[in-house]
Design a protein around this ligand. Structure first.
Ligand SMILES: Cc1cc2nc3c(=O)[nH]c(=O)nc-3n(C[C@H](O)[C@H](O)[C@H](O)COP(=O)(O)OP(=O)(O)OC[C@H]3O[C@@H](n4cnc5c(N)ncnc54)[C@H](O)[C@@H]3O)c2cc1C
Length: 400
């Protein structure tokens, strides 16, 4: 018999949420996590409605909300200083939930502790160093360069994040599209931004977007999105004044930053989607960013990660043959990730292309969407449970 039913490599949101959900159902689960204490890596801190609903399905929504979460009922879009959208998110989505914000390291700690409480064994400060797929897959693990231990499982789950070494070890083919956007992010304390509202400010002339996710008590996570061809890589404390200046030039109110101080690192990431097709083979499943890291500029990664945990959990509980369950999960993953990736691609063209032709197309599309909001797929809030086709694309761009 294998040492464990499931070993997750990685105890971030994905690995920990799956571990908790499966341990709760009696599975023998081991979580391998490299870090002993989570730190700010500039990751997602605003979980959109459909992700909040997945968290609820997995039994962690209230836990995260009550320990480190902050509800954001309102969403506002601006073009420069002009408001173009004010939306009550819970009232206008089928899931009826607001955006959930949190400080990512605290959320990770909370969900990983919950996995342990549910009965999962958590080993922190250890590094997986290799795996072998197969009928009984194995993973090797080391602590601080100590002796390697080989562990067997019915299923090994790669939940090791956007640079996942595991997907290479298991020989999944990686796909990546060209970089279209860069995203820079930094945490501020002492911001005067209203603490119930996500604000997205678009600067169409420069192909920029700036977004603020308040976390309560003056803490906000702010991201700035720019076109990759600009090559704007803001990094480190010295670039924080430039980050603020760029945000304010784009139309974010200066008073949101007056007296605010950076409370974590400033870092910039490439926005290219990176994914594998069919993230399961021979006893190894990939999930979360390891399976597919979508362009963070559209804030779908946390929701996708929890969708993966829920779909994989349901497949494993529904079928004693975990090879069949793994393939079922992977097929469904291809479907919903495909929808997210397609819609993100359209929205990137619509919101970030620059020049007269882009302005003309945007003017037409946004004008028509103001009259009939159903022209814009609501995937980013309501989720990917719809089909995408040429008719939808033409309606979005006003080409019908
Ligand atoms: C700049 C930026 C902004 C973002 N903004 C948003 C947003 O607003 N909304 C949103 O929904 N999403 C956003 N995301 C995406 C979101 O953060 C990710 O999709 C999500 O955190 C993925 O979770 P995960 O569990 O798959 O991976 P991770 O959180 O990366 O967890 C992987 C874990 O695996 C561990 N690990 C790695 N290798 C090993 C190993 N060999 N052995 C043991 N442990 C290992 C790591 O220590 C880590 O804890 C953003 C991402 C970025 C980069």
């Amino acid at each position: 018999m294998a040492n464990y039913d499931i070993v997750t490599v990685g105890g971030g949101l994905g690995g920990a949420a799956l571990a908790r959900a499966m341990a709760e159902k009696g599975a023998r689960v081991l979580v391998l996590e490299r870090e002993t204490a989570f730190k700010d890596r500039v990751r997602g801190e605003g979980m959109t409605t459909w992700g909040a609903a997945e968290a609820r399905e997995l039994g962690i929504h209230e836990l995260v909300r009550s320990s480190c979460g902050h509800d954001l009922p309102m969403w506002e879009n601006y073009v420069g200083p002009m408001q173009v959208l004010q939306r009550d998110i819970a009232a206008t989505t089928p899931q009826g939930l607001p955006t959930l914000a949190f400080y990512h390291p605290e959320m990770q700690r909370t969900v990983l502790e919950a996995a342990e409480k549910a009965g999962a064994e958590v080993r922190s400060g250890v590094r997986a160093t290799g795996i072998s797929p197969g009928v009984t897959p194995t993973v090797t693990v080391q602590r601080n360069g100590g002796p390697a231990e080989t562990i067997t499982a019915r299923l090994i789950v790669g939940a090791d994040g956007r640079n996942s070494p595991l997907r290479k070890w298991a020989q999944f083919e990686e796909h990546q599209n060209a970089d279209r956007l860069f995203i820079s992010g930094v945490l501020f304390d002492g911001s005067a931004a209203p603490d119930d509202t996500v604000r997205l400010v678009s600067d169409f002339e420069r192909g920029r977007g700036t977004i603020i996710f308040p976390q309560g008590r003056g803490r906000v996570r702010s991201y700035m999105i720019s076109r990759a061809d600009e090559g704007l890589r803001l990094q480190g404390a010295a670039d924080v004044p430039r980050f603020v200046e760029e945000a304010v030039t784009s139309g974010m109110p200066g008073e949101f930053f007056d007296g605010a101080v950076a409370a974590g690192p400033l870092a910039t990431f490439n926005g290219a989607d990176c994914w594998v097709e069919h993230p399961y083979r021979e006893g190894v499943a990939l999930m979360g960013d390891a399976a597919a890291s979508s362009d963070p500029s559209w804030g779908q990664g946390l929701s996708l990660t929890l969708r993966d945990a829920r779909v994989l959990r349901d497949a494993l509980l529904a079928n004693d043959d975990w090879d069949v369950a793994g393939h079922g999960y992977a097929s469904e993953h291809d479907r919903y990730f495909g929808v997210v990736r397609t819609v993100e691609g359209w929205l990137t063209e619509l919101f970030y292309d620059v020049g007269p032709a882009a302005d003309e197309r945007r003017g037409r599309a946004l004008g028509l969407a103001a009259e009939d909001p159903t022209r814009q797929p609501d995937t980013m809030w309501s989720g990917p449970d719809h089909t995408v086709d040429e008719t939808m694309r033409r309606r979005l761009f006003g080409e019908d």
